[in-house]
Write a protein that binds this ligand. Structure first.
Ligand code: THU
Length: 137
């Protein structure tokens, strides 16, 4: 799947955003190593902290389809500032990332910056911390 198509998928997801409280629509699109794509948008509600991020929606769709590796994730929002994934979403992406996982931060005109997840979340805590760890069994 080309970068242009993935960007278009993220933009289409952003158009579905339900964000009447922040007025800040966000879209996300995931590409997996199998070539599958999944997208999501932010979904807010009247109890502000209970809203969900676009990345969380895309990850949920990926997991529901039985996939668990994010090769690339595109995140798009409006404005001049880089819409880089929030702290919580960095950890959500981390769960399904590899050292090669790339995060493409986009504006309405296209990809603005590409970073690895490790650049966004260095020294991260992840699933590997549990292997070989203490068990309660
Ligand atoms: N938002 C996302 O969807 N992803 C991010 O990584 C940053 C923030 C959403 C949450 C909320 O609906 C709106 O943007 C404003 O914070």
């Amino acid at each position: 799947m080309s970068q242009e198509k993935m960007f278009a998928l993220a933009r289409a997801a952003m158009a579905r955003s339900y964000s009447p409280y922040s007025g800040f629509p966000v879209g996300a699109a995931i590409l997996t190593p199998t070539g599958s794509t999944f997208s999501g948008c932010n979904v807010e509600n009247a109890s502000y902290p209970e809203g969900t991020c676009a990345e969380a929606g895309a990850i949920s769709a990926m997991v529901m389809a039985g996939e668990s590796v994010i090769q690339d994730i595109y995140v798009i929002g409006n404005g001049d500032a880089l819409v880089s994934p929030c702290g919580g979403c960095r950890q959500r992406i981390r769960e399904f990332s590899t050292p090669e996982t790339r995060v493409h931060i986009c504006g309405p005109e296209g990809v603005r910056k590409t970073l690895t997840l490790n650049e966004l979340l260095p020294w991260s805590f992840g699933p590997d911390h549990f292997s070989g760890g203490q068990s309660n069994d």
